[in-house]
Design a protein around this ligand. Structure first.
Ligand SMILES: Cc1ncc(COP(=O)(O)O)c(C=O)c1O
Length: 449
């Protein structure tokens, strides 16, 4: 197996940095100017973390491509980290949104679109009742509140290296087997060890041991992990894990915000899961803020047994703009016209093409890396075998190498999902877009080795 020479990697990174700075003068100017009005020079702190000395500023986008303020065109394999999995500004959604813009956006009252969307979500995911929020984070937070309320238990169980948005309970890791705050956790309200149990994915014994305390309100999980590389469940894992949760009185919340890439009904439909609650955000409105959570008949009955009408606006579940008319119009158009079964028939083979192309280059270069695919999403990791849990995947992370590969691709017109090596396909992505990435990846490996 080949090894990366670190001095050589550093000199390549320096070369790519120089090229990046030279070719993006307008982004550099905007970033300099932004230092005076935006904290850290960016509208959201993590935008500083892109590979390259500064983030590129976007001018406009359409479908699977966008153009930056310096006039460079990019194949977008990041797609707003799933927010634009529909492609940028898909026409049916833009038409529905434009129509809604002229008719009023937010009322604290429902529109007919909400009913259409509720019925469609019911059909796709099997859960009977739905609510709407502005972000998947909020949907997760509210689902957790409900789980705690109806079980009268305090703890949330998550997997080591999970990500579910900025949910306090989930910024937690195992440190040599002991639960504690995740590195970088900013001002945790309490030590998350007080609120959260953490286990490794694909480990039923640990899951059972954690649930046995009978204090876990809910297991909050992506059916396949996607935020620390893609980690697929072992055969039979979810059947047994759901059974354990049920036996110990804990609810199972399936967060399918990313795993919707598996198919029109997410992993829930694909793998015949039976979650008690279900969360979906980001792509559901094609980038217009909106998210949803659904619940089973039993959960719905337990909620109505405990929540009084008089108190329902002050219970910690809400948001003035949640369920607004614009979000719902965008969701309806997205589900009806964009994230359709036919769209998945186009995007999943493209992810296979991406995975096979990258895997071939990895084999040819004799590198101990591998590629994993979940529906329309594929990711390569610097791990000799497909990781089975968060700990294994995180141990194989290589920040310097990852930044080099991202910057190399960016300098040649391809945007990968930042902070890991993920590529997502949208209905407008073409085979040529995928081939461009494969070719650039091959050149990067040749340069590296
Ligand atoms: C699985 C999962 N759930 C929830 C979220 C939170 O989404 P948002 O940041 O839109 O609230 C994310 C964000 O990356 C996610 O990956």
């Amino acid at each position: 197996m080949n090894k990366i020479n670190r001095d050589h990697l550093q000199s390549l990174r320096d070369r790519e940095e120089k090229r990046f700075v030279t070719e993006h003068p307008r982004s550099a100017d905007l970033y300099r100017r932004a230092q005076n009005s935006l904290l850290g020079g960016v509208p959201m702190n993590w935008m500083k973390k892109w590979a390259g000395e500064f983030p590129i500023f976007v001018a406009h986008a359409g479908g699977a491509h966008f153009t930056d303020v310096d006039g460079h065109d990019y194949v977008d394999l990041c797609l707003g980290d799933t927010g634009a999995m529909t492609g940028h500004s898909p026409k049916p959604v833009m038409d529905a949104v434009a129509d809604r813009l002229r008719k009023g956006l937010t009322f604290m009252l429902p529109t007919e679109d909400a009913v259409w969307v509720g019925e469609e979500l019911q059909r796709r995911f099997g859960l009977p009742y739905w609510q709407f929020t502005l972000t998947a984070t909020d949907a997760n937070r509210f689902a957790i509140r409900i789980a705690r309320e109806i079980t009268q238990r305090s703890k949330v169980l998550v997997f080591h290296y999970c990500y579910h948005g900025t949910v306090d309970e989930s910024f937690v890791l195992l440190h040599d087997g002991v639960v504690g705050p995740r590195r970088g956790n900013i001002g945790p309200p309490v030590n998350p060890a007080e609120t959260t149990r953490v286990v490794e994915f694909n480990d039923l014994n640990s899951l059972e041991a954690a649930l046995k305390h009978n204090d876990v309100a809910c297991v909050l999980a992506e059916p396949a992990m996607t935020n620390v590389g893609i980690i697929l469940p072992d055969e039979g894992y979810w059947k047994a894990a759901q059974e354990l949760a049920r036996r110990h009185g804990s609810l199972f919340i399936a967060d399918e915000t990313h795993t919707i890439c598996a198919g029109p009904g997410g992993c829930t439909r694909l793998w015949n899961l039976q979650p008690d609650m279900f969360v979906l955000g980001k792509a559901i409105g094609s980038g217009i803020p909106g998210a949803t959570y659904g619940c089973s008949e039993e959960v719905a009955q337990r909620i109505s047994a405990r929540i009084e009408l008089e108190d329902c606006d002050v219970g910690g579940i809400g948001g003035t703009l949640a369920g607004n008319a614009l979000s719902l119009a965008a969701m309806r158009a997205t589900l009806e016209h964009v994230l359709t079964p036919a769209a998945f028939e186009h995007i999943i083979p493209l992810a296979t093409q991406f995975a096979e192309g990258v895997a071939k280059q990895i084999r040819a270069s004799e590198l101990p890396w591998n590629v994993t695919q979940l529906g329309a999403r594929a990711e390569y990791t610097f791990c000799g075998h497909p990781p089975r849990n968060g700990g294994e995947s995180a141990a194989a992370a290589d920040f310097a190498l990852e930044r080099f590969l991202h910057l190399y691709a960016l300098n040649r017109g391809v945007l990968l999902t930042p902070f890991h090596n993920m590529a997502l396909m949208c209905p407008a992505t073409t085979a040529a877009d995928v081939d461009l990435h494969t070719q650039i990846f091959a050149e990067a490996l040749t340069d590296l080795l």
